[in-house]
Design a binder for this molecule. Structure first.
Ligand SMILES: *[C@@H]1O[C@H](CO)[C@@H](O)[C@H](O)[C@H]1NC(C)=O
Ligand SMILES: *[C@@H]1O[C@H](CO)[C@@H](O)[C@H](O)[C@H]1NC(C)=O
Ligand SMILES: *[C@@H]1O[C@H](CO)[C@@H](O)[C@H](O)[C@H]1NC(C)=O
Ligand SMILES: *[C@@H]1O[C@H](CO)[C@@H](O)[C@H](O)[C@H]1NC(C)=O
Ligand SMILES: *[C@@H]1O[C@H](CO)[C@@H](O)[C@H](O)[C@H]1NC(C)=O
Length: 394
């Protein structure tokens, strides 16, 4: 059964995205590694019990080729769509059981909702893998799974340094921690400014750990304007369109994130970190929906369960105009919104500066190899395996 699922995942791309018959160009990155919470969770990892959120039921995945996988949307997530633009297959969970796999991974997804930057986030509702645990599992991947596909450490380092590392985390540190004073005491221990600092500092350390494990190209998501999401509007009943207090709270984190990333860029010279500025982008989609092709930007597309979690009730038909709706359930966007985000983050400067296309091509050699270059490349090849990659980050 799980083999069948694995195989079908490998072939998803051929059904999901219409492609011409021409041979596909080589991927723009050798692999895509994803960390985060339910925004980018791809479902339950049977070996690691990686998520117990379990939205693996209709109508989730109604527009996804293999249906409900545990993705918190109607179709593909923003990371699935970025991977597709890069020419990579849909990513799967890392699995210790498959460490004998004979093919080199095109990346794994470690995301697990409702996890957070802080280890305790989300633990009162559902068990999940925190960012620290996700990094530890990635560490296992680097130690146990990847090395046998490379002749030497320098080759593995090269593969990792060209891969894209997407991190979308922090939302749950508010939704399933700071804003739940009945279960967590963080709002008593820290004021909003201090909590933003705590998260940003911890997150900076986590990015550095990924760097130390070999990551060089990062795409880091801001926290979205969750005060405008149906979940917050239902809970806080603001007189304006959005719960501004909630938006202002996450804005504190977003500002500190930007500052932290600027520091990391200057300290880790060979790290390329792009922030996906989804906060202002989603606000703009709410302000000018027709510009983006949306007709429905307040109601969720599916019928949401009558509890506070904000996920779809099982087996109820969702709205039919899913391409024109912004919200899928009370907390997550539709594939249509994710597609706009992925496309605009890849090229242009609406969300991502520098965009992913630029980030990924930044390390490409600027010279086309001539015969002379080839000669030296061959000469150097033997030496290169003894050459350790010197990353510097403090
Ligand atoms: C996953 O869960 C099952 C049943 O709940 C348990 O038997 C198994 O040990 C768990 N696996 C891991 C890696 O935690
Ligand atoms: C807050 O909760 C943590 C456990 O989550 C506990 O260790 C700590 O003592 C608590 N602090 C206060 C001030 O209640
Ligand atoms: C990765 O694992 C190794 C060995 O198991 C350990 O020494 C190292 O501290 C780990 N690194 C991180 C960033 O977790
Ligand atoms: C939730 O309650 C409302 C009002 O009682 C009802 O109309 C709706 O169908 C219920 N939703 C679900 C998913 O049961
Ligand atoms: C991506 O970048 C390359 C050059 O680095 C450029 O030729 C290409 O047009 C870009 N693609 C998009 C969609 O912007």
């Amino acid at each position: 059964m799980s083999n069948l699922l694995f195989l079908s995942l490998l072939f998803i791309q051929h059904f999901l995205f219409v492609k011409s018959n021409a041979p596909p160009p080589p991927p723009l990155a050798p692999a895509l590694y994803t960390f985060g919470d339910c925004q980018v969770d791809i479902g339950i990892n049977p070996d690691l019990n990686i998520s117990s959120s379990k939205v693996n039921y209709y109508p989730y995945g109604i527009d996804f080729v293999i249906g409900a996988t545990g993705r918190f949307t109607n179709g593909a997530t923003v990371v699935d769509l970025i991977g597709d633009i890069l020419g990579l297959p849909v990513s799967i969970h890392y699995s210790p059981e498959k460490k004998s796999a004979n093919t080199l991974s095109k990346g794994y997804n470690y995301a697990s909702g409702p996890s957070g930057i802080l280890p305790e986030t989300g633990t009162a509702s559902r068990p999940s893998w925190s960012m620290n645990e996700q990094i530890a599992i990635f560490n296992m991947t680097v130690q146990n799974n990847l090395p046998k596909h490379f002749k030497c450490k320098a080759e593995l380092d090269d593969y990792l340094s060209k891969s894209l590392f997407v991190v979308d985390i922090g939302t749950s540190d508010y939704e399933y921690n700071y804003l739940q004073p009945n279960y967590y005491n963080t709002s008593k221990r820290y004021n909003p400014e201090q909590f933003g600092n705590l998260l940003a500092n911890q997150f900076g350390k986590q990015l550095k750990e990924l760097y130390n494990l070999g990551a060089r190209k990062f795409l880091v998501f801001e926290i979205a304007p969750i005060g405008c999401y149906p979940q917050a509007v239902k809970r806080y009943k603001p007189t304006t369109k959005c719960a501004e207090d909630i938006n202002n709270l996450v804005l504190i984190f977003n500002r500190k994130l930007e500052h932290k990333v600027r520091t990391l860029r200057s300290r880790c010279k060979d790290a390329h970190i792009t922030i996906a500025k989804t906060y202002s982008f989603i606000l703009d989609m709410l302000k000018r929906p027709s510009t983006y092709g949306f007709e429905e930007t307040t109601q969720p597309c599916c019928l949401v369960r009558n509890d506070t979690i904000g996920i779809c009730a099982p087996n109820k038909n969702p709205c039919s105009n899913r391409n024109k709706a912004l919200f899928w359930d009370d907390n997550h966007l539709t594939e249509a919104a994710y597609r706009l985000m992925a496309d605009k983050c890849f090229s242009g400067s609406d969300i991502c500066t520098p965009n992913i296309n630029k980030t990924l091509s930044s390390a490409e050699p600027c010279m086309k190899p001539s015969l002379v270059h080839m000669f030296f490349l061959v000469l150097l090849y033997g030496v290169s395996c003894f050459h350790k990659t010197f990353g510097f980050c403090w």
